[in-house]
Ligand binder design. Structure first.
Ligand code: NAD
Length: 505
């Protein structure tokens, strides 16, 4: 991109204290459309001055927003819900232009985000607290929860609307100010969310967007006026975020990467399993933290299953996400494409069998896009990088095992524990599986078991650092802290004198 062309591009600014803001930094970085390979905008990157200004605005806003009545907060939440629902098409276009996923899939992620806003609309019910009347003679004990204060949300590229909406509706409904640090790869949807929050009547400074990379993240993790961090991204960064922010006294939930296995039993409906496996492996070009990336084919299921998945993989329509009928878009960057191709090539060299090879895919009319076609690799073993690494591309590896016990053992030996699934027609197999796997979210004939908004989302092992899962009841708990009040209102005639013993009931 030459300088003249760069100058004509729009700059995506921060959203600080109720308005778009260029801040004080001149630094920018390009934003791409992965389907065309073209630079579409420049993204403003924050410096320390911008970060301090954003946190100060949040601190100030948190004090008054936390005092705002539940009735008024809920009114804003309902209005925000209506506005997001009315802007689904506009948000989806922004997602597709910077992420590359197809428009229908982009709308799907907005739908899951809307569910969390709807859950947060019921916040008065969730914050009711508890009351013990006459816990001791003349003494009542009650508890309630207060906002933690200033929350920073640091989010990944793969769900630029849904993941921020896993966090901010609940953080805001519970009375906090929220600073979103979106992915640098697809920052535009966050700006529309900021505009919609403002239109919904949210006071300035309660929801802000600050753009940047590692420096900005580090600034948030260590800032004395940030109270809590919600992070979603890759495992090494999640671990780093958790360690750094907890060392600076913050409450942290840091969700990491995944390697999700689906066991397919010989008793499963193999057509159904193949449909779901293909959709869960290739949807969104495999760039989902809940994507199925390992098919664990048990016994006799393997040959037929691989044949059926092959047919489906070859039929996937890969195109620009805006093209009618497109089912899968590009991957996010050229570096991501190179890494995926390298891992597939290593698996082939190590003796795995290429069933469908998407490495050389070119989409006519979009020769500069970042394309990898659906890829299926059979006879993968647990030593190959295609198995040990999160590929985060449209690649399904097949590992063949003897029986269900071997499949469960494989899953439990894996360092990730985000999601997993089993395809079976046996209740006994399903029950054994759900009770034995060390994984946070489990699907029974459901490939992407993303919990509904009134349950919470979270993996085990290297897929989550911290104690609380995200959204749902655990989200409410994460964004609030408890107070317990022990109260006595003695009538003057009954007031007792001082007692120096430890109080007993
Ligand atoms: P990433 O870890 O590269 O980036 C996530 C965020 O961290 C971004 O905002 C980025 O700016 C920031 N960041 C990147 N490098 C950093 C560094 N060195 N120091 C501080 N901050 C840094 O992740 P990504 O590539 O954007 O997203 C894909 C990853 O996210 C995958 O591993 C996927 O499994 C994971 N993910 C997990 C979940 C989940 O719920 N567990 C959900 C979505 C995505």
């Amino acid at each position: 991109m030459n300088d003249v062309a760069t100058q004509t591009l729009a700059t995506i600014e921060h959203f600080i204290n109720g308005a778009p803001s260029a801040g004080t930094s001149a630094r920018t970085q390009p934003v791409y459309n992965p389907a065309t390979g073209a630079v579409t905008a420049q993204l403003r990157l924050a410096n320390q001055v911008d970060l301090d200004a954003t946190v100060a605005a949040a601190r100030n806003a948190a004090d008054s927003w936390g005092e705002t009545s539940l009735a008024k907060r809920t009114t804003v939440l309902f209005k925000f819900r209506e506005l997001v629902a009315a802007h689904v098409d506009e948000l989806a276009v922004l997602i597709t232009a910077e992420h590359g996923k197809v428009l229908s899939d982009a709308k799907g992620e907005i739908g899951r985000g809307l569910e969390v806003i709807e859950f947060a609309c019921g916040i008065p019910q969730l914050l009711k607290g508890e009351y013990s009347d006459q816990a001791s003679t003349g003494i009542d004990v009650f508890s309630f929860r207060e906002p933690v204060g200033v929350v920073a949300g640091i989010t990944p590229f793969n769900f630029p609307v849904m993941v921020p909406l896993w966090m901010c509706p609940i953080a805001i409904a519970t009375g906090n100010a929220f600073i979103l640090k979106p992915s640098e790869r697809d920052p535009s949807p966050a700006m529309l969310l900021a505009k919609l929050w403002t239109e919904a009547g949210l006071p300035d400074g309660v929801f802000q967007v600050l753009h940047g990379g590692k420096e900005t993240v580090d600034g948030l993790l260590t800032h004395p006026d940030v109270d809590a961090i919600s992070f979603v991204g890759s495992t090494p960064i999640a671990q780093y975020v958790h360690e750094t922010a907890t060392a600076h006294g913050k409450r942290v939930q840091a969700l990491g990467g995944a390697k999700n296995h689906a066991i397919v039993m010989p008793d499963a409906d193999l057509d159904n399993a193949a449909d779901h496996l293909a959709a869960a492996a290739f949807g969104s070009a495999g760039e989902r933290c809940m994507a199925i990336s390992v098919a664990v084919a048990v016994g006799d299921a393997a040959d037929l299953l691989v044949k059926k998945v092959e047919e489906r993989a070859l039929a996937v329509k890969v195109d620009n996400g805006t093209a009618p009928g497109a089912e899968m878009g590009p991957v996010i960057t050229p570096a991501s494409k190179e890494r995926i191709v390298r891992i597939v090539t290593e698996a082939e060299a190590a003796g795995a069998a290429m069933v469908v090879d998407g490495r050389d895919l070119v989409v006519p009319g979009h020769e500069d896009g970042f394309w990898v076609g659906p890829t299926v690799i059979d006879y993968v073993n647990a030593e190959m990088t295609a198995y040990t690494e999160e590929i985060f591309g449209p690649v399904l590896v097949v590992v063949r095992v003897e029986d269900l016990d071997a499949g469960i053992k494989l899953i439990n030996a894996n360092p990730y524990g985000n999601g997993t699934a089993i395809f079976t027609s046996s209740g006994a197999n399903a029950r054994k599986f759900q009770r034995s796997v060390d994984v946070g979210m489990i699907g029974i004939n459901v490939p992407l078991p993303v919990p509904v908004a009134y349950h919470s989302f979270g993996g085990w092992k290297n897929s989550l650092f911290g104690d609380k899962h995200i959204y749902g009841p655990e989200g409410v708990s994460f964004y609030t802290r408890g107070k317990v009040i022990t109260s006595r209102w003695p009538e003057p005639a009954h007031a007792s004198g001082a007692s120096y013993n430890f109080p007993s009931n």
